[in-house]
Ligand binder design. Structure first.
Ligand code: SF4
Length: 385
């Protein structure tokens, strides 16, 4: 008999499960859950669910049935609720940017999405369209992508008019050809799912669509509530991971990379979802080959079963605007944002960002493409940027 693999499961057993799993058969998945719970090779300390200090509801949000559903969840968690007199969020600013940041990151606001949110924008290369169920994130990543995209205090806003947001998406579907929608551009939907239930609702909605496909990505790990949903193969669940020195030093308030990968394993094995891994932001830190090799090895230990798997590779970049915001939020950051060691890349709208030079980009790209192909011959790299 072949020795058990690192997950304590005999290879032949994994193959048998993988064949079953491809059927998206719920009964088989439940059997799998009883037999292959998680990969036990490494002990992981479970990250805590984020609990805001206060939860604000606007009057318009409370008029929405989905807003009431969120209120019931929040009450169930005994979190302090404030019902605002007007549909505006005020009183979130502190004495300085740091204090504003601190107040905001402890505040959840339930509001309604403004009309502008019903006109969708394309989001290449990730998906055809982006839509938003929330804005802001409870994490504290020192390179956070939201720094350059969202304005005002980084309070976590959740939209109470979710049914209308979902209903609007159908207008953008191309009948007869797959249309993809990204829901994680302005938030980490899993990081707040225990408070909203909105990601599960999106997954259910896309499970009923002919041509619509959902994509989400997270640095959090509590996926229990997503495992039994009728997704019909129309949702791709992704985790974003990085080499240990980046993850441990720069990604405060998130789940560890190990936890994220373990969760992805569960989403594949127990949930039967298509999967994705986003490696981002890739940085040529000291001994980067060694650190990223360790990450890739662990990815291959945990995603060791037959599944629909994609990769997205994103090198670190910043803009003058995002640098300014990030330095206000994290004045002592060790994140390298030295313009003189980068090159400027301009987009067609005149915006600029600082990226690594062509030689570094080539080295990084070749390394990841080669090493991923070795470990995941069936996996598909969607893009490098
Ligand atoms: Fe920003 Fe993503 Fe980190 Fe949240 S998890 S703080 S959105 S980079």
């Amino acid at each position: 008999m072949e020795p058990p693999n690192q997950n304590g499961v005999e290879p032949a057993t994994v193959d048998r499960f993988s064949r079953f799993d491809r059927c998206h058969n719920k009964e088989v998945r439940q059997r799998l859950r009883r037999m292959v719970v998680t990969a036990p090779a490494r002990e992981v300390r479970e990250s805590k669910l984020w609990m805001p200090d206060r939860v604000l509801f606007t009057p318009a949000a409370l008029d929405e049935p989905w807003g009431q559903q969120i209120k019931a969840r929040v009450q169930g968690l005994n979190l302090p609720i404030e019902e605002l007199p007007r549909n505006r969020l005020t009183g979130l600013r502190g004495e300085d940017e740091r204090e504003t940041y601190s107040i905001s990151k402890r505040t959840l606001a339930i509001v309604t999405a403004p009309p502008s949110q019903f006109k969708l924008s394309p989001i290449p290369p990730s998906a055809d369209w982006q839509f938003h169920i929330a804005e802001g994130c409870p994490g504290h990543c020192q390179y956070c992508y939201l720094a350059g995209s969202l304005s005002g205090p980084p309070v976590i806003r959740v939209y109470a008019n979710l049914p209308q947001i979902l209903e609007n998406l159908g207008r953008y579907e191309r009948p007869g050809s797959e249309t993809s929608y990204e829901v994680s551009c302005y938030t980490d939907p899993l990081g707040i799912e225990h408070l909203t239930g909105s990601l599960a609702e999106c997954i259910r909605y896309f499970g009923t669509r002919e041509d619509g496909y959902l994509r989400w990505v997270s640095k959090f790990s509590h996926v229990e509530g997503l495992l039994d949903l009728p997704h019909n193969g129309h949702t791709r669940c992704r985790v974003s991971v990085n080499a240990a020195p980046v993850s441990q030093r720069l990604e405060g308030g998130t789940a560890s990379a190990e936890e994220r990968l373990q969760s992805l394993r569960r989403l594949g094995l127990e949930g039967g979802y298509p999967l994705g891994i986003v490696i981002a932001p890739i940085m040529p830190i000291d001994n980067w080959q060694e650190h990223y090799t360790q990450l890739l090895d662990r990815m291959s230990d945990l995603i060791d079963f037959d599944c629909d798997l994609t990769f997205e590779l994103i090198s670190h970049r910043f803009t003058p605007g995002s640098k300014e915001v990030l330095l206000n939020w994290y004045p002592n950051t060790k994140l390298d944002m030295e313009e003189s060691s980068r090159v400027v890349k301009r987009n067609k709208f005149g915006g600029m960002k600082y990226v690594y030079d062509a030689k570094i980009m080539r080295e990084l790209r070749q390394f990841f493409e080669r090493e991923l192909a070795k470990r995941f011959p069936q996996g598909k790299v969607l893009y490098w940027t």
